[in-house]
Unconditional design. Structure first.
Length: 100
C-alpha cells in the first residue's frame, strides 16, 4: 500500500522523501542526492554517491525558451495533466479524474 503527500507550498522547507516499509525506512533528498539513509532493526546505514550533473538543466532551459517566445512548449497541458493524475493515483486522490 502506498500513501503519500506532495506539498509544494508549505511553511517549512524540507527536501526529503521517506519510504516506510514493514522492515524499515529509506530516506533521501530529491535535490541533494548524495546520501541515502536506510534504517531497520540492524541500525542505520548511509550510502554516499557522487553528485549528479545538473540533470534538470535541459528542461529548465526549454521552459525558459518557451516563455521567452524562442521555442515551442516542451510539455503540453495534456502531458502535465497526465503527470498530475499519476501522482494523485499514488495517494488515492482521484479528484483530477473528472478532467479526463
Amino acid at each position: 500500500m502506498f500513501q503519500g503527500t506532495w506539498a509544494f507550498s508549505t511553511y517549512e522547507e524540507r527536501d526529503e522523501c521517506e519510504i516506510i516499509g514493514s522492515e524499515g525506512r529509506l530516506s533521501f533528498s530529491f535535490f541533494d542526492q548524495r546520501i541515502i539513509r536506510l534504517s531497520n532493526n540492524d541500525g542505520e546505514q548511509e550510502f554516499k554517491f557522487e553528485p549528479l550533473p545538473h540533470v534538470q538543466q535541459p528542461m529548465i532551459e526549454e521552459v525558459v525558451n518557451y516563455f521567452g517566445g524562442r521555442d515551442t512548449n516542451p510539455c503540453s497541458a495534456a502531458e502535465g495533466l497526465a503527470v498530475m493524475q499519476v501522482m494523485d493515483s499514488f495517494t488515492g486522490d482521484e479528484s483530477l479524474s473528472v478532467l479526463k
